[in-house]
Structures are given as C-alpha cells and as structure tokens.
Write a protein that binds this ligand. Structure first.
Ligand code: 3PG
Length: 216
C-alpha cells in the first residue's frame, strides 16, 4: 500500500483534508477532489462521524486512497485501520500511534516541527513525516534547514499551505507532498459547491505539476 500512496503522490503530490459531519458530505467532497485529480484523501478525526465518513469514502469513491488524520491515540489508530484507513496522520509524534500503524503494515506520517522531534522520528526508523504546522513553524526556510540535516527524511508540509506557497514547498527536494484544508473550504462544502472543490483540486494539480517539472 505504501507504494500505491507513493506512486499516487508522485503523480499529484497533494493530500486533501476532509472534515465532515456526515457521510454524504464526505463522499461528495471526496468525489469532487478525486475527479479534480487529488486522489489521496485524509479524513480528519475531529467529528463524531469521522469513522463512518472514512468507511464511506473508502467504499464509495473509486480511485481514492483514504487515510485518517488528526489521529491522537493508539486506540484511534486501531479504529481507523478497522474502518479501512490506508494511512495514518498525526499532528504530533506518538509512539503508540506509530506502533499500531506499523504493526498493520500501514504508512504512518506523524507531525514534527523541531530538530529534536525529527531526530526522534529518525531513530524510530520513520522515513516520511508531516511537517506541522508548516507555515508558522518557519515555513520554507525552516524546512530547507531541517531537510539539509536529516538528509534521508521526506516531508509532507501541512498547516497553512495554500496556492500562494504550494510551489515553494514542493520545490524542496525532500518534500514528498503537501497536505491541507485549502482544498476543502468550509464555505464551499456548506453551500454544496462541489464543482468549486473540483476547481480548487485542478488548480492545485496544475501548480504541483509545474513545480515538479521545474524540480526536474
Ligand atoms: C491538519 O490537520 O493537518 C491541519 O489542520 C492543516 O492545516 P490547514 O487547515 O492550515 O491546512
């Protein structure tokens, strides 16, 4: 499964965050994202419906690879895997969460933003981490500095990523993909403007394609 996610992220290095109160909204949002070229979807564990949403998106959106985000505990990681999560994302680094995912052979991307946290992740044998909160933890310059030291680590900057800074993050060689909620604004979801979400996805794919081409 790791290879599937890696190869999807190589085509479109984007992870869309979906926070939904009901499965219909989660599925409609995810369909629009996948149709717009963003197939890697992170369902956020911030609503009571998160598990049901994850399960529904996994079953009803062909072509999407669905993971769980904002996973705070080992118990939540277990529940997410049971609901069909193909990857696990945490805001911080928790060994319990990492262990659960790894025991299941599922990719796990814990959040880090300091050299100390990164060194811990490195010594846990992690190869890819979320850089969070990317924009306020120093943004592109901080990530360049960290990645020049942790030379084998790959990063998924998330938190404050937008069309304005997406290309700059993706231009960093160590960046595997960027994640964010700019692809799923609450107002568009509330208004049922799934065409608008598809448009945001296509716009992000276009920025990402140009950034990857210039990376060579
Ligand atoms: C996350 O869960 O990773 C963050 O909420 C992402 O931050 P963003 O909303 O600024 O994209």
């Amino acid at each position: 499964m790791k290879n599937e996610i890696d190869s999807l992220l190589r085509q479109a290095p984007l992870i869309a965050l979906v926070q939904a109160e009901d499965t219909v909204t989660a599925v409609s949002t995810s369909r629009a994202l996948a149709a717009g070229g963003v197939a890697v979807i992170e369902v956020l564990f911030r609503t009571d419906a998160a598990l049901d949403c994850l399960d529904a998106v996994a079953r009803e959106v062909p072509g999407a690879v669905v993971g769980a985000g904002t996973v705070l505990s080992a118990a939540q990681a277990e529940a997410a895997l049971e609901a069909g999560a193909k990857f696990i994302v945490s805001p911080g680094l928790d060994e319990g969460v990492v262990d659960v995912a790894r025991s299941a052979g599922t990719p796990v991307y814990p959040g880090v933003c300091t050299a100390t946290e990164l060194q811990r992740a490195y010594n846990l044998g992690l190869k890819t981490v979320k850089f969070f909160p990317a924009s306020v933890a120093g943004g592109v310059p901080a990530l360049k500095a960290l990645s020049s030291v942790f030379r084998t680590m790959r990063f998924i900057p998330t938190g404050g990523v937008s069309p304005a800074n997406l290309a700059d993050f993706l231009a960093i060689p160590a960046v595997l993909a960027c994640g964010g909620s700019w692809l799923t604004p609450a107002n568009l979801i509330r208004e049922g403007d799934f065409e608008g979400i598809g448009k945001l996805a296509r716009e992000a794919v276009s920025i990402a394609t140009t950034a990857i081409d210039s990376k060579g």
